[in-house]
Write a protein that binds this ligand. Structure first.
Ligand code: SF4
Length: 375
């Protein structure tokens, strides 16, 4: 069953590492919601199967919307699609938006999963990242969410922060383990060119953490989370008791999805399309009754490489039959020697016509996948 993604392109302030699509001008939120409602209606026949297994409000900062705005969007979704029984309905939220009243209202809207952008429980790190919330709000947001009845909570954390010690990471992990979220996404800070950090790096004011230190921190993360009952089911994603992220997993399993909002992407099982990443152009086009997107034509080679890149990162592995059926690429045949070598080095293993990364291989995921690409 497919999924629906809704991109809310607003944030209170720009985090220094972020290159997502968002605006800090919040004055036209309602106009944007109305444009998205029009898009949901116009795109209602995009997916072959109209029954949704997941709805995901991402961003930007979806928790910036008022409850009536979220209610209007959900109403439009359920008028145009069938939300399956037990579907995962996730809202990304920042800790500073999560008052008890708001959480109770979100629960009443049948939002059943929160993904809270915590990043760190350390005030100095949060200031460095230019996050809008502080450590106290981060801690309290989970308690309040539990109190409101949320039993499926994910948190985002970051590591490899330049100038911050492994001790700080240990403290972050201790706090996370104390709060016991069902799911944790943890990302290595990457410095993107068009961000404040990118600018600082260019001017020599910031140096990224070196690869060895990052690898050591990642090893610490994996062992700490595994010791506490979390399963690493994707390189950056961990959960306990099988609470995999249904929506995000669908991206890794070649499931189709519809993306609503400026900058959102859609995939119908064959082609991808990309909505314009400009709020005003998006709203203008929708006011005229058209969806402003560009179509990426199906290209067997890029599909195959994308599939290898995403599937190998997961516990479900790279299904060689799916790879061949969709793209015609015979991975084993074209990379027989490389694969044998990686198996001998215990970086890869195969089972049931699928390829998997070993624990050792997960540390070298990027170079392994690149070596298997169809060139
Ligand atoms: S809140 Fe999220 S989307 Fe917004 S600037 Fe920060 S990281 Fe980017």
């Amino acid at each position: 069953m497919p999924g629906l993604y809704i991109h809310i392109p607003f944030c209170r302030q720009a985090c220094y590492y972020c290159d997502f699509h968002f605006s800090t001008n919040l004055s036209y939120r309602e106009e944007m919601v109305q444009a998205m409602i029009r898009e949901i209606n116009l795109q209602s026949s995009y997916l072959q199967d109209n029954t949704l297994q997941s709805v995901y409000f991402g961003g930007g900062t979806p928790s910036i919307l008022d409850i009536p705005q979220l209610e209007d969007l959900l109403h439009e979704i359920s008028s145009n699609f069938h939300i399956s029984e037990g579907a995962e309905i996730t809202l990304e939220a920042n800790p500073d938006d999560l008052s008890i009243e708001k959480l109770n209202s979100l629960k009443a809207l049948d939002i059943n999963r929160l993904s809270i952008g915590i990043q760190s429980f350390d005030d100095r790190a949060l200031q460095f990242l230019h996050r809008v919330h502080n450590a106290r709000e981060a801690m309290e947001s989970l308690d309040k969410a539990r109190h409101a009845g949320f039993d499926n909570i994910s948190i985002d954390l970051m590591f490899s922060l330049p100038g911050f010690s492994t001790d700080m990471l240990k403290k972050d992990l201790r706090r996370a383990m104390h709060l016991r979220p069902e799911h944790i996404s943890i990302y290595n800070l990457t410095i993107e060119e068009k961000t404040v950090f990118g600018n600082w790096q260019k001017k020599g004011k910031l140096t990224a953490t070196n690869d060895d230190d990052s690898a050591r921190q990642f090893e610490l993360i994996i062992s700490t989370l595994e010791d506490h009952g979390y399963e690493q089911y994707e390189i950056s994603n961990f959960c306990r008791n099988g609470r995999y992220a249904v929506h995000n997993s669908s991206y890794w399993k070649n499931v189709s999805y519809l993306g609503i909002g400026p900058g959102a992407h859609s995939y119908d099982g064959k082609n991808r399309q990309h909505n314009v990443a400009n709020n005003h152009l998006y709203m203008k086009a929708l006011a005229r009754g058209s969806v402003p997107f560009t179509m990426e034509k199906f290209d067997k080679k890029s599909w195959a490489n994308d599939y290898i890149l995403t599937s190998l990162r997961t516990k479900w592995g790279c299904d060689l039959k799916v790879l061949h059926e969709f793209s015609g690429y015979k991975l084993i045949k074209s990379h027989e020697k490389e694969i044998e070598k990686m198996q001998a080095e215990r970086l890869l293993y195969s089972e049931d016509n699928k390829l998997f990364l070993t624990r050792k291989g997960r540390f070298l995921a990027d170079s392994i996948t690149a070596a298997l690409f169809w060139v």
